[in-house]
Design a protein around this ligand. Structure first.
Ligand code: FAD
Length: 370
């Protein structure tokens, strides 16, 4: 039996990515004890671990966390490592109490306290903010293991660069942002198919011709449009949410024309495997050397066992703007469409954090658990 050292803090934030750190920024302004626990060994690793050529699809001028502007021109699209370093300096700048190498294995409740177990450590808390990100397990189709052993296949979260792949043709499955970007990168000197329906696209933006209004009033107009207008509280927001759940998010910064110009061939969905090769919806069988599953992620909150939390069929928690109504003191942050289209991005997380921080502060000051 593991013996665990126990300590008590008022608020525990689980996850020290952009969402958890932004929460820490607000918690630090009040006289409450808190800690941010993160499974990684360096702040920013969620970004560092993505593919080498990745750049943010939203420019720096709109991608800052509360209290510290991203150190670059407004129209610059940061690399993923620059974003990782920014998050690391953010934690340093505000002296946030991030405890690394600490994966919370279970979250339960004992009376009016939460109990978090992580390796040899037990922490009790009055309230917990779960900010473990929207991407837990790669969502790979069940038929993937039937692919012939000669076909290399990997999820987009394992993709780093073209040199990592064997020579030859590639099928990228999933035509959202990740799939489209990886397909274009690989099409430079290979035959590449991109499978899946068109998810639509936002108007194209390049660093050279970004409309200036985007950055007016510190980006407040843009934030208002995407973080206040396209929310679960508006008809249009709900429509976009339903569409995203069904068919993937629209392409940002890329369009179907870019895919065509790069020589990427669009094909229908992959619906199974025949004789070891992927088979498309139209019955075609593709002989490829590599398959990249850009098929998204599944949430995993099964390690949270508290009586007032229920989950949707896909495992995502039921909440109202991140507040779990039947579980006083439990909050979620950084979920896809937590409130707005951009809740799970750098642009949208700030509004959600402010809302939760205000709620926590009011209740904590009143001496209530929630
Ligand atoms: P994460 O960054 O995933 O951080 C979660 C943290 O929780 C991690 O550090 C992890 O170690 C920790 N953790 C998880 N489980 C536990 C546990 N049980 N115990 C302790 N710690 C735990 N957004 C933008 O705004 N602009 C972009 O350009 C953009 N590009 C993207 C490109 C890709 C390929 C992807 C996948 C996403 C992109 N996003 C972008 C979306 C989003 O901003 C990022 O996914 C971002 O990393 C989410 O931040 P987060 O803090 O919510 O979660």
């Amino acid at each position: 039996m593991t013996t665990r050292a126990t300590q008590h803090v008022e608020t525990v934030v689980i996850g020290g990515g952009q969402a958890g750190l932004a929460m820490g920024y607000y918690l630090a302004q009040h006289d409450h004890s808190f800690v941010i626990l993160d499974a990684g060994s360096r702040v920013g690793d969620a970004w560092r671990d993505r593919w080498d050529s990745l750049r943010l699809f939203i420019p720096a001028g709109l991608s800052s966390l509360p209290g510290m502007p991203f150190p670059a021109g407004n129209a610059y699209f940061p690399t993923k490592d620059e974003m990782a370093d920014y998050l690391e300096s953010y934690a340093d700048q505000f002296d946030l109490p991030v405890q690394l190498d600490t994966r919370v294995e279970s979250l339960t409740r004992n009376g009016d306290r939460y109990v978090l177990d992580a390796d040899t450590q037990r922490i009790t808390a009055d309230r917990v903010v779960v900010a473990t990100g929207p991407y837990h397990y790669p969502n790979i189709p069940g038929f993937a293991p039937k692919l012939a052993p000669s076909i290399t296949h990997l999820h987009s979260s394992e993709y780093r660069n073209p040199d990592q792949l064997p020579e030859g043709d590639v099928l990228v499955v999933g035509a959202g942002n990740s799939g489209a970007e990886i397909a274009i990168e690989l099409a430079v000197d290979r035959r590449v198919w991109l499978s899946g329906p068109d998810t639509g696209h936002l108007p194209k933006w390049d660093a050279d011709d970004l409309p200036r209004w985007l950055f007016w009033f510190d980006g407040r107009i843009f934030r208002w449009l995407f973080s206040d207008l396209l929310t679960v509280d508006t008809w249009l927001g709900r429509k976009l949410k339903a569409r995203g759940q069904k068919g993937g998010d629209p392409l940002i910064r890329l369009t179907p024309d870019d895919l065509e110009q790069a020589g990427v061939e669009r094909v229908p969905r992959v619906e199974g495997v025949v004789d070891g090769a992927p088979r498309l919806d139209d019955g075609r069988r593709l002989d490829v050397d590599t398959v990249i599953w850009a098929t998204g992620f599944r949430p995993d909150f099964s390690w949270i066992e508290v009586p007032g939390l229920s989950c949707e069929a896909d495992g995502s928690p039921i909440h109202d703007r991140g507040v779990v109504e039947d579980e006083p003191g439990l909050y979620f942050l950084g979920l896809p469409f937590q409130r707005s289209l951009l809740s799970a991005t750098l642009v949208g997380v700030g509004a959600d954090v402010r809302y939760l921080a205000a709620r926590i502060r009011t209740r904590a000051d009143a001496g209530e658990t929630e």
